[in-house]
Design a protein around this ligand. Structure first.
Ligand SMILES: Cc1cc2nc3c(=O)[nH]c(=O)nc-3n(C[C@H](O)[C@H](O)[C@H](O)COP(=O)(O)OP(=O)(O)OC[C@H]3O[C@@H](n4cnc5c(N)ncnc54)[C@H](O)[C@@H]3O)c2cc1C
Length: 484
């Protein structure tokens, strides 16, 4: 076997929030850690960019809500403040092509539909409370709940088309998947991990409550500063060979990453470690070759955990003009390209920004429209809701997550029927010296930044527990100034 170029205690593959939290926890435990990140940046599905006009836009994850305590603690630690999502005034419901103002969570233009939506959401929330966020396959009716889709459940649970349509809009915004793509058991366990479906879709008191002044990537950048040259960017892990220690030799991994040289050519780089933490979604992990092959159940899980499909768009204006008309910037639409929009203006109102999601099947089929075609349709829809001024932004930016090779979609994996009951236990189960992190493995706020942080702590704790005490006594804790 070719010797390693480097030897460490633990390699972490991926420098999203889960990988960064894994590394930080391991370093604090005294371990020698190396993080290999495929992209030329940290943060993964969280990316803050500044447009040419100076507008700060979060292209991926952006919100924080109540009970997301790890993320709040990280923001506090780095002095990053938050501010409430803009909520003043009326939201807009687009139904059958007409626009109706409403106040609160549920659109009201169809009174029966509105009442039915509230009742359906309550049913879903009550059912979710019965399903474990960590072991949903243990539910006595797990088989039945995993056999049907959210769409099938809502077809019988709801009486009105309005309620079915609103549940579909919620699924698209939360998962980047239509309700016909999602196992009911998966939705229930996912919702429970964040409290309830209602807490996932609420702005005030829910997952969309607050935003970060200056963007959601800042804490990842600061964590990376602290980790210093323990993080290697532009180094995608391509293969892993491992031994579980069964043959008498110590358990360990040899991780091969590609690195870009000065001449832009790629070369292989081999890092030997006692443990590996893979901190990315299952579908992205599936592109790494393992020797020996991973167990069949893990392979099957990876093939059955596709990412949702989402494009985030931002239309930037010189001011939030819709506020003059008493509008909050939030739209809920029953059809079209943008099923949900929000006011994403900065706290000081120095720009006006409308943000929207193109999600699920519409996102996939909009590939053929191209960026210009998507922009045209999005602006037509924004103008229908907010008037002709909305058709004339000073900038329009889109982030198409399904075209990102190291994300393959977003915001999260969308599991269809039968996957959790058949392959769910493989989600977190270590394979020899290999451990799994990433928000898809989280037991709280799965799919969210908070879940990514929790999964990193859990994976790091597993690793520490499996290693003997000798390595843990080394005083290699983080030093702010040197990153060493
Ligand atoms: C449009 C959108 C909106 C969202 N909104 C919110 C929100 O408002 N609030 C919220 O809490 N969450 C939100 N999320 C979800 C949130 O962004 C994720 O839950 C979280 O960032 C996941 O972190 P992670 O570390 O688990 O995975 P990732 O962020 O995906 O990190 C995985 C890392 O692994 C790297 N990688 C991939 N392959 C390799 C390889 N072969 N070798 C080495 N590295 C590799 C990737 O480049 C990436 O950096 C949103 C996501 C999207 C896409």
């Amino acid at each position: 076997m070719t010797p390693a170029d480097r030897t460490v205690d633990v390699v972490v593959a991926g420098a999203g929030y889960s990988g960064l939290q894994t590394a930080r926890t391991l370093v604090d435990a005294g371990l020698d850690v190396l993080v290999l990140e495929a992209r030329d940046r940290v943060g993964g599905r969280v990316l803050t960019e500044v447009t040419p006009s100076g507008a700060v836009v979060d292209q991926g994850g952006q919100w924080i809500g109540p009970t997301q305590d790890r993320l709040q603690a990280l923001a506090d630690e780095y002095g990053v403040s938050t501010f409430p999502t803009y909520l003043d005034g009326a939201n807009l419901e687009v139904r059958d092509g007409s626009v109706h103002p409403f106040i609160g969570l549920v659109p009201t233009s169809d009174r029966d539909g509105s009442a039915d939506t509230v009742a359906t959401l309550l049913d879903l929330d009550l059912l979710a409370q019965e399903v474990s966020p960590t072991h949903p396959w243990d539910h006595p009716d797990a088989g039945a709940l995993d056999r049907i889709t959210l769409a099938e459940w809502v077809e019988s649970a709801a009486d009105t088309q309005t309620a079915r349509s609103l549940v579909a809009t919620a699924a698209l915004a939360v998962f980047g998947c239509g309700p016909e793509e999602l196992s009911l058991l998966y939705v229930l366990s996912y919702a429970h991990s964040g409290g309830s479906m209602s807490s996932l879709i609420r702005t005030a008191g829910g997952a969309q409550e607050r935003r970060f002044t200056g963007g959601a990537q800042q804490m990842a950048l600061r964590l990376a500063e602290r980790l210093g040259d323990r993080i290697v960017l532009d180094a995608p892990v391509v293969s892993v060979s491992y031994t579980d220690g069964g043959t008498g030799e110590p358990a360990g991994v040899m991780v091969t990453a590609e690195r870009r040289g000065a001449d832009d050519g790629r070369s292989s780089w081999r890092v030997a470690a006692r443990r590996l933490v893979v901190a990315m979604p299952p579908a992205v992990q599936g592109r790494i070759a393992f020797d020996p092959p991973l167990p069949g159940s893990r392979e099957q899980l990876v093939q059955r955990a596709p990412m949702g499909s989402v494009t985030k768009i931002h239309a930037v204006y010189d001011r939030p003009f819709w506020r003059d008309a008493g509008l909050s910037g939030q739209v809920v639409a029953d059809a079209g390209m943008l099923r949900a929009t929000f006011d994403d203006s900065p706290e000081d109102g120095s720009h006006g920004i409308l943000m929207g999601f193109i999600a699920g099947a519409v996102d996939r089929s909009s590939e053929s429209d191209g960026a210009a075609g998507r922009q045209r349709v999005c602006l037509e829809e924004l103008a229908r809701a907010f008037g002709p001024e909305a058709a004339e932004p000073i900038e329009f930016v889109e982030q198409r997550w399904s075209a990102e090779p190291y994300s393959r979609g977003g915001p999260v994996a969308g599991l269809g029927p039968g996957v959790l009951t058949a392959c769910g236990p493989s989600l977190r189960m270590p394979v020899g010296p290999i451990h799994w992190a990433g928000t898809e493995t989280a037991s709280v706020w799965s799919g969210y930044i908070e879940g990514a942080l929790e999964s990193g702590e859990r994976a790091a704790t597993e690793v520490v527990a499996t290693l003997d005490g000798t390595a843990l006594n080394r005083a290699t804790g983080l030093d702010e100034s040197s990153g060493q």
